[in-house]
Design a protein around this ligand. Structure first.
Ligand SMILES: NC(=O)c1ccc[n+]([C@@H]2O[C@H](COP(=O)([O-])OP(=O)(O)OC[C@H]3O[C@@H](n4cnc5c(N)ncnc54)[C@H](OP(=O)(O)O)[C@@H]3O)[C@@H](O)[C@H]2O)c1
Length: 261
């Protein structure tokens, strides 16, 4: 069977760390041309070193909060390859804290990164994909959006919007052969946790395998790992959801009582 990704052209934002870094490596290994995108010179330089054996890798320093920068990397990609097959809008930031710490600056930074960053990526990729009559846009949300996780209201709000945007556009652009997919990971062991990896976290390799499998099948929502997919199904029952949310909130309340900072 031919690999859907071989010879394809992809951009991965947040490609310098965690899930995005893993996605870049696997796509490169499978023979895709990949733009590895990070926000900092240093993280992009590190990825360049790590992927030095892949002549099919390209690199860009792009702050996804800047529309012009996102448009530029898409433009550079099309100038070189003449097309864009996969746009992974994966860059994101996360925080968990009691709501009183959610200053307007925190709100703005998270909305700019997690939501505007995705909107800019969607718009720039759509401009190319409409012209070529094909393409797949893969936006990273989170299980936190499906669960509306207590003590993560800002993050859950931005990631819920990413689901809404993706689901809505999927059905608008289906007739134009442009596929929209949204990823909703549970815990994956990455630097996003700043060293405090949750015990139930799966590895990046496992996450990448699940994501690329779902992307190649053109799935709408990729919810994983299995435990979270099952929890998502169970929480469609309001009584189960209410109980699960109360339990999670109680755990978090205790956590922040013990370590207030
Ligand atoms: N890990 C999990 O358990 C988990 C669960 C659910 C959802 N997610 C989502 O999955 C995505 C990847 O998360 P991760 O765990 O792999 O995180 P990570 O290891 O912290 O990586 C985040 C990536 O995003 C990039 N980034 C952050 N701000 C940016 C900006 N303004 N412009 C461009 N790039 C920016 C970072 O690049 P630089 O280092 O160059 O700044 C880095 O490459 C995020 O959207 C996250 O919300 C993760």
């Amino acid at each position: 069977m031919t690999d859907a990704f071989r010879g394809s052209v992809a951009i991965v934002t947040g490609g310098t760390s965690g899930i995005g870094l893993g996605l870049c490596e696997e796509l490169l290994r499978r023979g895709a041309y990949v733009y590895v995108v990070g926000s900092r010179e240093s993280s992009v330089a590190k990825a360049r070193e790590q992927f030095s054996r892949y002549p099919n890798a390209r690199y860009a320093v792009v702050d996804v909060k800047e529309n012009a920068a996102v448009e530029k990397v898409v433009g550079d990609c099309v100038a070189e390859f003449g097309r864009l097959d996969y746009m992974f809008n994966n860059a994101g930031i996360s925080q968990s804290f009691p709501y009183e710490r959610a200053t307007l600056e925190v709100w703005k930074d998270m909305i700019d990164t997690n939501l505007w960053g995705v909107i800019y990526g969607v718009n720039a990729a759509l401009g190319v994909m409409k012209g070529q009559g094909s393409g797949q846009i893969v936006n990273t949300s989170s299980f936190a959006a499906l669960f509306c996780t207590p003590y993560q209201p800002v993050y859950a709000t931005t990631k819920s919007a990413v689901i809404a945007l993706t689901r809505s556009l999927r059905y608008e652009y289906e007739p134009q052969n442009i596929i929209f997919t949204v990823i909703c990971p549970g815990n994956v062991a990455t630097p996003i946790f700043q060293g405090e990896i949750p015990p139930d976290a799966i590895t990046v390799d496992e996450a990448v395998r699940i994501i690329l499998d779902g992307v190649s099948k053109k799935e709408l929502m990729i919810v994983f790992p299995e435990y979270y997919a099952n929890l998502y199904e169970m929480c469609k029952d309001p009584a189960v959801s209410d109980k699960a949310m109360k339990m999670h909130a109680a755990e978090k309340r205790e956590h922040f009582r013990q370590s207030p900072e």
